[in-house]
Design a protein around this ligand. Structure first.
Ligand code: HEM
Length: 483
């Protein structure tokens, strides 16, 4: 059985050119009224466009301001509440049966990222601990509905937010607000050229979905993203056929991450280590070279693996590279951000090979930058960073796994040749106070990679919130809306 792209919320298929992004989080008090709210906005999901071919035509090609696009996702509690509003079986789905399966499913409260045990397993401690997440008086258990909005310009955003908020209030929805954002919701924009706060271009790596299940080279199995089609290689929950599997089919999990970026600390790190980098940076500026070694890409997005000698004059967005002939990380360091988050063809430990027979876990990333650029060198106390949106079909096997690998690089035998290799971290984004962590850079600077550049790393980001939602198929979305 093949997935139905026309039934999928386009979040994971299309990259939108809309620059203004907002994620609204709502709590349901009256499920029947909430259904009314959904019915009002569901027609605008995917920008009202249906087949994936028209997403491209409508979103990339059209001139002028594109129409807004919305996507809906729900927490376990949110889905349970909406299902209770349905009284009888329709479209072959029995709401009680679906709700019963939900009870035993992954996103229930004790498996949510804000729960103590999950947060501890992800090393969300100290400044990253859940008690410091979100805003004062926010209860993440009350994030029932996440509405992802894409707007073409400021005026459209203003009007769109006004309309949504009015309808939401009338439907008894409580909106969770975040005062450090101008829009009082997680909001921001895709910066010009896709350049994020640390100066790197984002949106370069792409996940191309193999919709035909044809094992096409360079394409990603659709089961890495879509629920409802378990196979031997992808033992996706729910394994048993039945209403819950029908309900989640063509849906995906959406992991939402509010990530603060400490730009002043990152810039200072580069500046202070300029001298140490200089003997190795060739014709490149030493700070640019150091930043690139930590990311695995030059700041203009070009991969070190394809441009080892220096940044090409125009950015090269090719993703056709691996790490097989760079075992020691002489070109792309083993602990650079993109190599930790997607080790590509680098061997994993036998435990991880067994866990990921199809290669390392993949994530579709759909985030946006928030907050003003830092002016000057000192921190100005303003909130800025990235709202990360990571889609996948297995929260623990994909999203949580990559978050854990960022904190502790224990996933590959490749690290055994390096001192404390399995206790290191993503050079960009680890929590450096982690117990026993080796928190220096490892940037090979001799031909065999035997002598690394060791510089003390700082915490460059802070987790300010993590939440997990299910973005159901269009069919299930309409079902939740009471159609
Ligand atoms: C504020 C925090 C973060 C920033 C600024 C950031 C920035 C970036 C940048 C600039 C790239 C390279 C551009 C590209 O490949 O498209 C990248 C790649 C990537 N990041 Fe992050 N990232 C952050 C956090 C995370 C987190 C928390 C995860 C996972 C849980 C993650 C997963 C990935 C993945 C999977 C890639 C693609 C790697 C590849 O396929 O080669 N990132 N990130």
């Amino acid at each position: 059985m093949l997935p139905d792209p026309d039934n999928v919320q386009s979040l994971i298929i299309a990259r939108y050119r809309h620059r203004y992004r907002v994620v609204l989080l709502f709590q349901i008090s009256d499920p029947v009224a909430a259904q009314g709210f959904l019915r009002k906005w569901v027609p605008d999901v995917n920008g009202g466009l249906q087949p994936p071919s028209s997403y491209q035509a409508g979103l990339d090609g059209a001139a002028g301001t594109p129409d807004p696009v919305y996507h809906f996702a729900f927490s376990w509690r949110g889905i349970s509440k909406l299902l209770k509003a349905r009284r009888s079986e329709t479209q072959g789905l029995n709401p009680d049966a679906v709700a019963n399966h939900l009870e035993s499913f992954f996103t229930k409260e004790e498996n949510a990222p804000h729960s103590r045990s999950v947060a501890a397993s992800l090393d969300m401690k100290d400044v990253n601990a859940p008690e410091n997440w979100w805003a004062e008086d926010t209860d993440p258990a009350g994030f029932h509905i996440a509405l992802f909005c894409y707007f073409g310009d400021e005026a459209q955003k203003k009007q769109g937010l006004e309309n949504i908020r009015r309808e939401a209030t009338e439907s008894g929805l409580r909106e969770w607000q975040f005062p450090s954002f101008e829009d009082k919701a997680l909001s921001g924009k895709v910066p010009p050229g896709g350049i994020l706060h640390f100066g790197f271009r984002d949106g370069v790596s792409k996940v191309e979905i193999d919709w035909e299940d044809a094992d096409k080279p360079g394409k990603v199995n659709f089961r890495e993203l879509l629920l409802g089609y378990p196979s031997d290689q992808y033992p996706l929950s729910p394994a048993e056929p039945g209403p819950w599997r029908e309900f989640v089919r063509d849906g995906t999990y959406v992991n939402l991450a509010w990530l603060y970026q400490d730009v002043a600390t990152f810039n200072r790190f580069l500046r202070e280590n300029r001298g140490a980098a200089e003997p190795h940076s060739g014709a490149e500026d030493p700070e640019e070279w150091l930043a690139a070694k930590m990311m695995g890409r030059w700041r203009n997005g070009s991969a070190l693996a394809l441009h080892p000698e220096g940044k090409p004059a125009s950015n090269d967005t090719s993703n056709k590279f691996g790490y097989q002939n760079d075992a020691n990380g002489e070109t792309t360091p083993l602990f650079s951000h993109i190599r930790v988050c997607n080790p590509r063809d680098q061997g994993l430990t036998s435990v991880n090979e067994a866990r990921f027979p199809n290669g390392p876990p993949r994530l579709v990333r759909r985030g946006f930058s928030y907050g003003p650029p830092l002016q000057g060198e000192e921190d100005d106390g303003r909130d800025r960073g990235l709202v990360g949106v990571f889609a996948c079909s297995r929260i623990n096997e994909q999203f949580y796994t990559v978050v854990r690998w960022i904190q502790k690089t224990s996933f590959s035998d490749q690290f055994d040749s390096i001192k404390n290799g399995r206790k290191r971290q993503d050079m960009m984004f680890g929590f450096r106070k982690k117990h026993n962590a080796e928190t220096t850079t490892h940037i090979p600077v001799t031909p065999e990679g035997s002598v690394p550049l060791k510089l003390p790393l700082a915490d460059f980001i802070r987790y300010r919130g993590l939440a997990v939602f299910l973005a159901p198929s269009l069919k299930s979305l309409r079902y939740l809306a009471g159609d």
